[in-house]
Design a protein around this ligand. Structure first.
Ligand SMILES: Cc1cc2nc3c(=O)[nH]c(=O)nc-3n(C[C@H](O)[C@H](O)[C@H](O)COP(=O)(O)OP(=O)(O)OC[C@H]3O[C@@H](n4cnc5c(N)ncnc54)[C@H](O)[C@@H]3O)c2cc1C
Length: 430
């Protein structure tokens, strides 16, 4: 069962017109809405299910600059500053804590990879550094693993996904944003080739700009508009434990397990090394484009051939504004957690940090990631459709960068100076 976010009273009726419509009330759409509302721009967020019902409530809550590709680091650095200010800005606790993130390596070749990453970001003023096995004992006490060393970033951290999404939603509404749940957007309305509104399951809303922040659904939505956005779905399973006296505040990723402390005193745990790849039509259409990124990662990808393919085909790829859309058929994507993967994660973790042998599992869930061929999101306009901007494809690491990514999307929508250079995120790079 997925984590629940605190219930929020959203708007029951959709307005007939606004300036900006945002499709998707995940953390990206919500953050963009907050920024637009703070700037006094009328904005309506439309969510087919519940606020943050998909990835944005299901993630692990890691906020990291470490091991991001160099072009993505400035967005993460800008986000750190925004995370630190967020509680004051939204008037609520979001669980932000710069507790440090440590990756431990079991081989010299992994250490060489970490050194290669450090070299690639050498001019970006990060506090990341290599650490020895002795340092690891001090940073995450109680471990019995034999590590070749690790990569450590003291300023990386965590926040609580469910708290953050609901706090941002409330603050956006307090500043004038309208959020409507259970309201799927079927298609765009176009006039002379430009965006003039959206057609929802409850009728049309006229607007000047649309920001698509639809997570794994963005590819399908755009496909229906004749626009190709390459993303493949991958499923990650995780679990949380009851409170326990673990290895402190630090967040740790090992090759085959990971943990981060939660605000309630428990730990969120994942395998880290394993992702499920459900076979869908897109796997066949896009698979080859992922070969470079998947090289060397095959052991981590578990291809699943089953109901997903039929479900995917049944949802359909083309529909009209008058027809029921795939977004009404699946209100909240809720793939089952893989008990085997979670059990493996806990076993591996208990072998490395024996304190987890006594962990009591309270909840397990999974979520579907929207992964692009280069693992960078797409944040920027769609040249073929003036008035349409994308903020999507966050590839499994968009929670940490959400504050700056949402702001960048809002900057691009209202043509103000972008918080960071948007060039790495252009759609036309594919
Ligand atoms: C298990 C797991 C662990 C993760 N761990 C981390 C982590 O530790 N750190 C990190 O940085 N990132 C992590 N991530 C990734 C992170 O959660 C995502 O990158 C981020 O939440 C993406 O936010 P989003 O708003 O783009 O997407 P989502 O949260 O998926 O939101 C998209 C929303 O759009 C709605 N929608 C789509 N189409 C329509 C439509 N046509 N009409 C109306 N509504 C629509 C959907 O219902 C959904 O609510 C993890 C993800 C998962 C699943």
């Amino acid at each position: 069962m997925a984590p629940l976010i605190p219930s929020i009273q959203t708007c029951l009726d959709q307005p007939q017109a606004t300036t900006v419509v945002i499709i998707g009330a995940g953390i990206i759409g919500l953050t963009a809405a907050l920024v637009l509302a703070e700037r006094g721009i009328p904005v309506v967020v439309l969510e087919k299910g519940r606020i943050a019902g998909e990835q944005s409530s299901r993630n692990q809550g890691w906020i990291r600059k470490m091991n991001r590709s160099a072009p993505d680091v400035p967005l993460a650095q800008a986000s750190d500053r925004l995370w630190a200010d967020l509680p004051a800005r939204v008037g609520a606790e979001v669980g932000y804590c710069p507790c440090g993130i440590l990756y431990v390596a079991s081989s010299d070749s992994e250490m060489a990879t970490y050194q290669g990453w450090l070299d690639s970001v050498g001019d970006l003023e990060l506090d990341s550094r290599l650490v020895t096995a002795t340092h690891i004992q001090n940073l995450a006490p109680g471990g019995t693993g034999t590590w070749a060393g690790g990569l450590y970033t003291p300023s990386d951290g965590r926040a609580e996904p469910t708290l953050a999404a609901s706090a941002i939603a409330r603050a956006a509404m307090a500043k004038g944003a309208v959020i409507v749940e259970h309201c799927a957007v079927r298609t765009l309305s176009l006039s002379a080739g430009k965006v003039s509104g959206v057609v929802t399951e409850r009728g049309e809303i006229r607007c000047e700009q649309v920001l698509l922040a639809g997570g794994v659904w963005s590819r399908r939505f755009l496909g229906n508009q004749g626009i190709d956005l390459p993303t493949l779905p991958l499923v990650a399973s995780i679990l949380r434990t009851a409170p326990l006296q673990g290895p402190g505040e630090i967040t740790v990723g090992a090759p085959d397990c990971s943990f981060r402390k939660r605000r309630d005193g428990g730990y969120t745990i994942s395998h880290r090394g394993v992702l499920a790849a459900p076979l869908t039509l897109d796997s066949l259409l896009l698979g080859l484009r992922y070969l470079p990124v998947l090289r060397g990662q095959w052991k981590n990808i578990r291809l699943s051939v089953g109901r997903e393919l039929l479900g995917d085909l049944a949802l359909g790829r083309r529909w009209q504004a008058k027809q029921l859309s795939p977004f009404e058929r699946v209100r909240t994507l809720d793939p089952p957690a893989d008990p085997q993967v979670n059990a493996e994660a806990l076993r591996n973790l208990a072998a490395a940090w024996p304190v987890f042998k006594g962990a009591v599992v309270k909840q397990a869930w999974s979520g579907m990631l929207d992964v692009t061929p280069d693992s960078l999101p797409v944040i920027g306009p769609v040249a073929e459709v003036p008035g349409l901007t994308l903020a999507t494809g966050f590839s499994g690491h968009g929670f940490g960068t959400a504050p700056a990514a949402g702001q960048l999307a809002a900057d691009l929508v209202c043509a103000s100076e972008p918080i960071v250079d948007p060039a790495p995120y252009r759609l036309d790079r594919f």
